[in-house]
Design a protein around this ligand. Structure first.
Ligand code: NAD
Ligand code: MLT
Length: 310
């Protein structure tokens, strides 16, 4: 069994693959051309969110049997191409949910309390207690778009802050809303109108791409807070910049961008935005969990055994 790993995963994951007797080549950051040249040698490929696993790659990957996505979102992997070639795609959707939920709340608090901006100013030797008046969460309404694994974890945690939780998710049962004590909104517009804070927790699909955009900002309350720790583009970035500039959005917390890596987004220039470079799953616990889980899944798939997240 020969496994190629193209993005950083936890040592515990690599060790688990080696212990199974597999040959593991770690080539973190390998360039595309080189990847296309060597992929034919491998039975399995393990990636995170940067490596594009597409038709061009499948065409060159004559021995590929398994693609392991060490993480949750599979928008960088073409599933159809894999399926038609009998290549199994596995991911680890539960392994980093708590970390992503905690990061979403971190971004929400950091942005609406100006934590990173105040820290930066103090580091420049300015003690300013006047310029950073924030807003409380208590008594406010948070609109959660997507009440899946992460959205529901965010909901119950924000309820502990005294927030009213409402959500829009047309694909789940009413029981799930009840289970998490979240009020269901049948249409997105109602959620947008009623929310003081909006946090996104859907996958990136044709339907969700740009779902919070100009139209949403037109009907939103003035001074809302927007958090995107899901996927770049679910909040339209140009519309968000405009909405921040015209005061519709008071604060934003952004972990993900359409183009990644990215050091030139206009969002990075705005003082009331807290930006992080896709760190939602970057905790010791999540990465160990993800690494071990993906190793077990890839090995099981290569051995022809049952795999939970295929
Ligand atoms: P999930 O599949 O458990 O939940 C997603 C929910 O979104 C589902 O309940 C689904 O019904 C709902 N949904 C789908 N389309 C929708 C639509 N058009 N409108 C409203 N709701 C819709 O996914 P999850 O594990 O909670 O992950 C959520 C997002 O977080 C994904 O985009 C994932 O890639 C991302 N993520 C990011 C990080 C990070 O590092 N920033 C880490 C983990 C996950
Ligand atoms: C995920 O979908 O799991 C996240 O993007 C985290 C990651 O892979 O870094």
């Amino acid at each position: 069994m020969k496994i190629l790993v193209t993005e950083k995963i936890a040592t515990k994951g690599i060790d688990a693959m080696l212990q199974s007797g597999a040959i593991v080549d770690e080539m973190v950051g390998i360039n595309r051309e080189h990847l296309l040249e060597i992929i034919a040698e491998y039975d399995a490929l393990v990636v995170r969110s940067v490596t594009k696993v597409d038709e061009e790659l499948y065409e060159r990957a004559g021995n590929l049997k398994v693609v392991g996505r060490a993480g949750n979102g599979i928008d960088n992997i073409e599933i159809e191409g894999a399926t038609k070639r009998g290549i199994i795609v596995v991911n680890t959707p539960d392994a980093n949910s708590v970390s992503a939920a905690e990061m979403s709340i971190g971004l929400l608090l950091a942005s609406c309390r100006n934590i990173t901006q105040a820290d930066a100013l103090l580091r420049s030797k300015v003690w300013d207690r006047k310029g950073f008046k924030g807003i409380e969460l208590n008594g406010k309404t948070v609109g959660i778009v997507g009440l899946g694994r992460i959205g529901s974890l965010v909901a119950t945690r924000l309820q502990a802050f005294g927030m009213k939780t409402i959500a829009y998710d047309p694909y789940i049962t009413d029981e799930r809303f009840k289970k998490f004590g979240v009020e269901k909104k049948e249409i997105l517009e109602d959620l947008v109108r009623e929310s003081d804070f909006i946090t996104l927790h859907t996958p990136k699909t044709e339907e969700t791409f740009g779902m919070i955009g100009e139209e949403a900002f037109r009907i939103a309350k003035k001074g809302i807070v927007v958090v995107n720790c899901a996927r770049g583009g679910i909040v339209d970035e140009d519309a968000l910049v405009k909405a921040i500039e015209d005061g519709t959005v008071a604060y934003a917390g952004i972990d993900v961008l359409v183009q990644e890596p990215n050091t030139t987004s206009p969002l990075l220039e705005l003082k009331n935005v807290v930006n992080t470079p896709h760190l939602g799953a970057d905790t010791v616990e999540a990465q160990d969990n993800v690494g071990i889980t993906i190793a077990e899944e890839v090995i099981s798939a290569l051995r022809g055994e049952m795999v939970p997240n295929a």
